[in-house]
Design a binder for this molecule. Sequence first.
Ligand code: 6PG
Length: 470
Amino acid sequence: MADMYDFGLVGLGVMGRNFILNVADNGFTAFGNDLDAEKVNALIEEGGDTAKVNATSDVKTFVDGLTTPRKIMLLVPAGKIVDSVIEGLLPHLDEGDIIIDGGNSFFTDTDRREAYLKDKGINFFGAGVSGGAEGARKGPSIMPGGSRVAYQHVKPIFEAVSAKYKGEPCVAYLGPKSAGNYVKMVHNGIEYGLMQLTSEIYDLLKKAGGLSNDELHKTFADWNQGRLQSFLVEITSEIFEQKDDLTDNDLVDMILDKAKQKGTGKWTSQNAMDLGIPVPTIDVAVSMREISALKEERVQADELYDRPTPANVDKDDFISKAEQALYFAFIITYAQGMHQLADASKEYGYELELGEIAKIWRAGCIIRAALLADITEAYQADEALRNLLLSPSFVEKVKSTVEAARELVGYGAANGIPLPGISNALTYFDAYTSSRLPLNLIQAQRDYFGSHTYERLDREGIFHTEWENK
Ligand code: 6PG
């Protein structure tokens, strides 16, 4: 047992236990705390006779056992519980100590906590941690925001435990206040988008291409060797191989088609709306989870309406188009998320460096993908890049795949296969790359019925017209 521990962790659930063992594996001593004595004992047992990990249920013993400035990470469910853990720690802390919230807290909660604790001389970090239980154990992507000075105390530990991309740690100081939670929130919004797109491609390949689960497994595994290489494509290929242990079927076919959500995708969409940033692929990914929840109504409605039988396709050609469309739509989803980060950074004063963010997403996190290496390069080449679609290095990637997206969206519409993610990605692309949109008509309508005024193409100023036929 060590005398004093380098790192403290409150919340010894799956994520917390894995994270603390990761810290210990990397040469630091770590002290865990949880009210649940069973979890405390489980960690002590799992840590074995190593002197590096210990745990206690007693908050004072826990805090007193940490070297100063204390570095205490919370891996507890987001919400009120974070506040109550903070209140429990506070009487035992000293000025300069550091609390790191590693959960998916809403960013305004982090701002509130940071300001509250700053008054008491405590540094508070909101640090998104991505990668699930396995990531926590073997190397997550970590997205910390808070005081730049205080980060220096946490940096060696986070750099050691984080995932590595070609030797580079997947963690970086991102910005002040809630920058870390905000970036993690948008990470999850992108995650929702990519998952929705993957499910649409699955639907197309199954219903139109007639692919069996075995063929789906091979197709996704094959794609994972190419430019679509990513964690989500990889696990998708593996999902199609899984047999059900309760029936003779494949497990994927036995899973109810209602997708749950904890709220981070919805927050991304809501905040994008608040800031006036278009992220339609993420919006629709949230809506689709909501539509999926209406299972009973969907079953009832299915009886009332006919649906076309999907037209025959050339299987190999269709698979190739699906790969192109998925690649195209993945790019658009990252483009929307990065755009949101750029604009939010200005609004909230985060001073985010998008190249750094793309860099720490290259490994460890759920949205890790080969594409992120290209995205990193695009932002390194132009730090002020407003949208990935404006990066010269993305033009060819998009041009060479957009036609396949058009074809599949047309196919989906004609054959009754819903492709809201891919079609929204396409619509976003077509709108964003149009120098003239028909929204001049909306301005005319607004002025017509409400004297809301409009601007003109040919001269400066605000105009109103007394419309002749009104
Ligand atoms: C991660 C994930 C994780 C998230 C789950 C579930 O980066 O490790 O984003 O933080 O909680 O993906 O999210 P939903 O329940 O909202 O799908």
